[in-house]
Design a protein around this ligand. Structure first.
Ligand SMILES: [Cu+2]
Length: 116
């Protein structure tokens, strides 16, 4: 009986290591809210991510149209209430993200994402 308990513990340990490896390989997801809490602001679910593939899900919760640009890639213009995704491959460093609608980034619609 004791032997089975030890065996079960070993099996569970192997499964846990496997699950950890899979989650480490999975792409990073970041939720981006545009236009809220104020119109010319972004709110990101994470300010630091691991280098590699990062998928941003952008939702425009503001009134005006907004987009999201990071690392030279940009979403289409999102009308209020619309969402889209943007997948980029990021190396270690600091990236500035902006809304490219004229006047928005200078009005505060920008921020920095740390990639490590
Ligand atoms: Cu904007």
């Amino acid at each position: 009986m004791r032997r089975y308990v030890v065996l079960a513990a070993v099996v569970l340990g192997v499964l846990a290591i496997g699950a950890g490896a899979i989650s480490a390989m999975a792409a990073t997801s970041v939720s981006v809210t545009a236009g809220k809490p104020s119109e010319l602001r972004f709110k990101l679910s994470k300010s630091t991510v691991t280098h590699g593939t990062v998928t941003f899900t952008i939702k425009n919760s503001g009134t005006l149209a907004h987009d999201f640009k990071i690392a030279g890639k940009r979403t289409k213009l999102l009308k209020r209430g619309k969402s889209t995704t943007l997948t980029v491959t990021l190396k270690k460093g600091t990236y500035t993200y902006i809304c490219t609608v004229p006047g928005h980034s200078t009005g505060g619609m920008k921020g920095k994402l740390t990639v490590r």
